[in-house]
Write a protein that binds this ligand. Structure first.
Ligand code: UDP
Ligand code: MG
Length: 309
C-alpha cells in the first residue's frame, strides 16, 4: 500500500483542527479505493490557544494522526518544512487547517499524479472576499516577481499541493533559512499540473496575515529569488555619471562663452538631496541582501520542536 502524508500547518486554529480532520476523512472511500494509507501531520506553529490540546484529542481518536509542536511561532514556511521532514509518504500533500484548501479536491489531484505528473498545484481564479487593495498589491507583486526572477511564480497559487516523494526530497534538499515556498516549488521544476478553483473563505477564525506581514513576506520572496534589485544600484550609478558628464560639458562651454557668474545654489541643493536619496536607497537594497546572507550564514535551525506525537 502506498502512503499519503497530509501536512497541516496550524497557528491558533483550535476551532478548525477537528473540523479539518472530519472533512479530510470524508475521502475515506477514495483512500480505500486507491489502497492509500494516510498519515495526517498537524504542525502546531507555536499556537497560543488550545490547538495542541485539540490535535491531541484527534490523535487519540485515530493513530494515523501525528503532531509536531514548535517552541514558538516560526511561521508557516517553517511549519511546511517540518511537515516535509516528518512525512514518510510516497505522496505528500499540504493543506491549510482553515479548509480554504478543500480536501474534496484530493481525488482529482491524485488522478493527475496517476497520469504521471510529479506535482499537482492549485490556484484560485478569484480573490472573492478579499479587500481590493490587498488583491491589487498581490497582483503587482506577482507581475514584478515574474519579471525579475527565474522561479516561475503563478498568480493566485496556493500552497495546496500534492507531490511525489521525489519532489519533496528535492525541496528538502533546499535547506535555506529564508524560505519562500512559492519560489521554491517553482525553482525545483518537475512536471506540474495546475488546477483552478474559486476562492473559499476560511471556515473559522481570522487570517493570520496582516497587510504588513504580507509586505515583508513579498520582500523576502524578492530577495530570495532575484538579484535584480542589486543591479539597480549600478544602473542608477551609470545613469547619474552620464547625466553629470553632459552637465559638466554644458557648464564649461557656457562659462567659456558667456563667462557666467556662479549662481543657482538652490538647484545644487536639490541635486545633492536627490542623489543622496538614491544612494541611501541603493545602500538599503544592499543591506537587505546582506541581512539575508547574515541569517543564512548563521545556520540557525529553521524551527525548534517542543513536543511530538
Ligand atoms: N499559519 C502558520 N503559521 C503562521 C501563520 C499561518 O502555520 O505564522 C497557518 C495557518 O494556521 C493556516 C495556514 O497557515 O493553516 C494559512 O494561514 P491563513 O489562513 O491565516 O492565511 P490565508 O489563507 O489568509 O492566506
Ligand atoms: Mg486561510
Amino acid at each position: 500500500m502506498a502512503l499519503l502524508s497530509v501536512i497541516v500547518p496550524c497557528f491558533n486554529e483550535e476551532e478548525n483542527v477537528h473540523y479539518f480532520y472530519e472533512e479530510l476523512m470524508k475521502n475515506q472511500t477514495f483512500f480505500d479505493e486507491k489502497e492509500l494509507d494516510v498519515e495526517v501531520i498537524y504542525v502546531d506553529d507555536g499556537s497560543k490557544d488550545k490547538t495542541v490540546e485539540e490535535i491531541k484529542k484527534v490523535s487519540v481518536l485515530d493513530n494515523r494522526v501525528k503532531m509536531v509542536s514548535f517552541s514558538r511561532n516560526f511561521g508557516k514556511e517553517a511549519a511546511i518544512y517540518a511537515g516535509f521532514q516528518k512525512s514518510k509518504g510516497d505522496y505528500v500533500v499540504m493543506m491549510d487547517a482553515d479548509l480554504q484548501d478543500p480536501p474534496s479536491l484530493l481525488p482529482k489531484m491524485f488522478s493527475y499524479v496517476e497520469q504521471g505528473y510529479d506535482s499537482v498545484a492549485t490556484r484560485r481564479v478569484s480573490r472573492k472576499g478579499e479587500p481590493p487593495i490587498r488583491s491589487f498589491f498581490a497582483r503587482m507583486f506577482y507581475r514584478i516577481m515574474n519579471k525579475i526572477s527565474k522561479a516561475d511564480i503563478v498568480d493566485g497559487a496556493r500552497d495546496y499541493r500534492l507531490m511525489t516523494r521525489q519532489v519533496v526530497d528535492a525541496i528538502l534538499a533546499m535547506g535555506e533559512y529564508n524560505r519562500f515556498s512559492k519560489g521554491i516549488f517553482g525553482w525545483v521544476g518537475y512536471e506540474t499540473k495546475w488546477i483552478e478553483y474559486e476562492n473559499i473563505e476560511r471556515a473559522h477564525g481570522e487570517t493570520k496575515w496582516s497587510f504588513w506581514k504580507l509586505f515583508i513576506y513579498s520582500i523576502e520572496g524578492i530577495t530570495a529569488f532575484s538579484t535584480v534589485p542589486l543591479a539597480f544600484a549600478s544602473i542608477m550609478g551609470v545613469l547619474f555619471c552620464v547625466v553629470a558628464f553632459f552637465m559638466i560639458v554644458f557648464i564649461l562651454i557656457r562659462s567659456l562663452i558667456w563667462t557666467d557668474p556662479v549662481g543657482g545654489w538652490p538647484s545644487l541643493v536639490c541635486i545633492i538631496c536627490m542623489v543622496s536619496g538614491v544612494q541611501l536607497f541603493c545602500l538599503g537594497i544592499v543591506g537587505q541582501y546582506l541581512s539575508k546572507t547574515y541569517l543564512e550564514v548563521k545556520k540557525r535551525p529553521i524551527y525548534l520542536v517542543k513536543e511530538e506525537i
